[in-house]
Structures are given as C-alpha cells and as structure tokens.
Design a protein around this ligand. Sequence first.
Ligand SMILES: *[C@@H]1O[C@H](CO)[C@@H](O)[C@H](O)[C@H]1NC(C)=O
Ligand SMILES: *[C@@H]1O[C@H](CO)[C@@H](O)[C@H](O)[C@H]1NC(C)=O
Ligand SMILES: *[C@@H]1O[C@H](CO)[C@@H](O)[C@H](O)[C@H]1NC(C)=O
Ligand SMILES: *[C@@H]1O[C@H](CO)[C@@H](O)[C@H](O)[C@H]1NC(C)=O
Length: 408
Amino acid sequence: MKIFIFTIIIILLFIIDNVQLWHFKGKQKSPVIFVPGDGGSQVEAKINKTTVPHYLCEKTSTDYFNIWLNLELLVPIIIDCFIDNMKLTYNNVTRTTKNTAGVDIKIPGWGDPFVVEYLDPSKASPGSYFRYIGDMLVNDLGYVRNLSLRGAPYDFRKAPNENAEFFIKLKALVEETYSMNNNEPVTLIAHSMGGPMCLLFLQQQTTAWKNKYINSLITLAAVWGGSVKAIKVFAIGDDLGTYVLRERTLKDQQITSPSLGWLLPSKYFWKNTEVLVETATKNYTLLDLQDYFININVPNAWEFRKDTEKYQADYSAPGVEIHCLHGIAVNTVEKLYYKPGVTIDGYPQLINGDGDGTVNKRSLEGCLHWKDQQKQKIYHQPFPNTNHMEILRNPNVLQYIKSVLSAN
Ligand SMILES: *[C@@H]1O[C@H](CO)[C@@H](O)[C@H](O)[C@H]1NC(C)=O
Ligand SMILES: *[C@@H]1O[C@H](CO)[C@@H](O)[C@H](O)[C@H]1NC(C)=O
Ligand SMILES: *[C@@H]1O[C@H](CO)[C@@H](O)[C@H](O)[C@H]1NC(C)=O
Ligand SMILES: *[C@@H]1O[C@H](CO)[C@@H](O)[C@H](O)[C@H]1NC(C)=O
C-alpha cells in the first residue's frame, strides 16, 4: 500500500512537473519569426520561354521548381540558364524591375520556417541557413515549427520600394503568431539585410503596436549602414563564399538586384571625403559613385541607389529592445584599389579593414546610434573572428539567443 501511494505520488509529481514544463515551454517563451537576408529565402521558378541563352537550357517547366539555392543549377553552362531565369530587368522610367520574359518567380512557404532554415529543400548542407538556430530552439527550448517558430521569406533581389507587400504581410504574421501563442509578444531574429528590413518594418508601426506585439529584435550581422562589399559586387561579382562558383559569372545576375543598390555604403555612415575606389587618375567617394558605376558599365547601380536611399537606416530608432550581435576582426573590403596600369574594367585589389568579412565594422555597430534615442535597451555583443555566415551557427551566438529567450 505504501509503495502504491508512493508510486501515485511520484506519478502525480511527474504529471505536475510536465504540465509545468509544458506550460513553461508552450506559454511563456516568446515566439520567434526568422527574417532572412540577401539570398536567404528559397525561390521557385516556372518557365515558358521563347529564347534561352544556351541550347542546353530548358525552355519550359511543367511546374514550379526550386531555383535558389539549387547547386545543380550552378554548374558550368547550366549556370547561364540559371542567371537568365533569376535576373531582373530594370526599367529606369517606371523605376521597377521585372523577371525575364516567360519566367514566373515565386517565394514559397510564407510563415514556414523551413524555407529560411534550408535554402535547398533537399537539405544539402551548403544551403543551411537558419537551420542551426531553428534546431536549437526546437530541441533545447521546446519551440514548435509553424506554431512558435515561423519564417518570413521574401524576394531578396528587390529593395524595400518593391517589397511593400512584405511589410504588410509581416505585420499580419506577427499578430497571428502572437495570438497562436497565448498573446505572447514576438521576437524577430534577423540576419544581414533582414536587420534593416526589420528596422523599416518597426519604424512603420505605432509605439502601442510595438509594445503589445514585439518582445525584442535579435539581429545577426545586420547591415545597418550598407557595406563597401556591395560596390565590389557591382564591380566584379561575388562567388558567395564558395570556391566552385565564378564571381564573374554570378555577377551577371547579382548586378540586376536593386537590393544590392540598397546595401551600398550609406551617407549616414561614410563621409563624403572617404575614398572608396582609388585609381591612378581619379579617386571616387560617395559623391562620385555615379561616375564610377557609369565607368564600369553598371549605370543601374546608381539608379537603384537613388530609388532606395530613403530606406537607408537613418537615426530614427526602432523602439523595441534590440540584441545586436555580429562578428568582428575579419578582413572586410573597405576600398577598391586599381593599381597604376590596371584599367577601370580590370580587376581591382581589395583593401581590407575591420568587419565580419562582408559588412564593415561601422555598419555592424550602427545599432549603437540608437542608444540615447529609445528607452528600450540595446544590447551589443561582438563575436571575434566570426564571419557573416558563421554567426548563424557559432555556439556562443546560439547560447546567447538561448539565454535571451529562456529569460522571457
Ligand atoms: C507558353 O507560352 C505560349 C506563348 O508564348 C503559349 O501559347 C502557351 O500556352 C504557354 N504554355 C503554357 C503551359 O503556359
Ligand atoms: C535608361 O535606360 C535606357 C535604355 O536602357 C538608357 O539608354 C538610358 O541611358 C537610361 N537612363 C539613365 C538615366 O540611366
Ligand atoms: C509547416 O506548414 C507547411 C505549410 O502548411 C507544411 O508544408 C509543413 O510541413 C509544416 N511544417 C511542420 C514542421 O509541420
Ligand atoms: C587618391 O587618394 C589617395 C589617398 O587615399 C592619394 O594618395 C592619391 O594622391 C589620390 N589620387 C588622386 C588621383 O587624387
């Protein structure tokens, strides 16, 4: 009998404990929405084209297929098909972009964290994105995908002027996620360009709305004030950190993205006297960037900047608690240098300064500008030798996020 009662008590304790645990896990934790950066959403295409750049390129597809990030499409020759399907064409009169004729592009999975945890739906590891943070939240803190963990993908090729819909949808997603989680305010976790996307979003909301719906904004390697790297990409392209992809090839697609113009160095962060591009005959500062882009034959880069300059982070604070995390002490391009004898269509030397390998230090630290402008706290934590992508899987970063979300 004693044993029996004892067992009952143990079972009851176990149940109470689990109810509390469930209660804690399910009720008190702030639900999370991932907001990705440039290149950080899955993209699908459906094609029905009359012309293709190479006879090996498909002209039609029966349905939507994953185009980003699909490593199979990035191999030689096939990459030309990829570029033609993924690039945008800019109209400098309407100041808008459109896809290549016969290409329909769709960003799948609104609200689903999967499409920003894995860029490659086959889960191939080069396409892992928010995956490590997602796994930590689910496995260590009991988050549930599609319920307390959600994703806000968008067409990262486009700048905010062509992504107005995103901000409307994000507001609805925050409100829905809040309701689905017993009216618990939401935490936004943003990477890279997702940082300024969230900033714009929060600037558009009222204080009352933010107080009710937002717990905090956690930014990882946010590009608060642009980056010299964007100039480099317009000039010579980028291999996306892989050694198999050729930057010159990818450049043909990259230079068509207005979002890259939005990420150019901001006038709030760079002085007009600072040389960004140095050549034997002329130095270019922010004031001469238009000349530089005309000289290197990417005049649209300047048009993109004009269209997006008003969306660059000024000093108006987001008005929510911020945890501003970023890498530091990684070589980061701060100037392009064309040696005497190298023409402007040649290959510049990249002069490095401090940053996270992609974004300059001053831009990563942009969140500090708001310290005196809002009453909500701004926590700032640099992670030495952690580059722009490693920040998404660095154990110390994961631990930081875990402790912030456990404290709620
Ligand atoms: C493909 O485009 C052609 C016109 O260019 C059209 O006649 C045809 O119906 C389209 N096919 C599909 C499957 O949409
Ligand atoms: C606008 O585009 C047209 C055609 O591509 C080009 O000829 C013209 O120079 C462009 N204008 C500007 C201001 O870039
Ligand atoms: C999340 O929702 C999407 C869309 O309904 C669904 O395809 C996916 O399987 C869901 N994920 C999980 C983990 O339930
Ligand atoms: C460009 O700037 C560098 C210093 O950044 C200076 O030494 C050089 O003389 C300048 N060149 C021209 C052509 O103004």
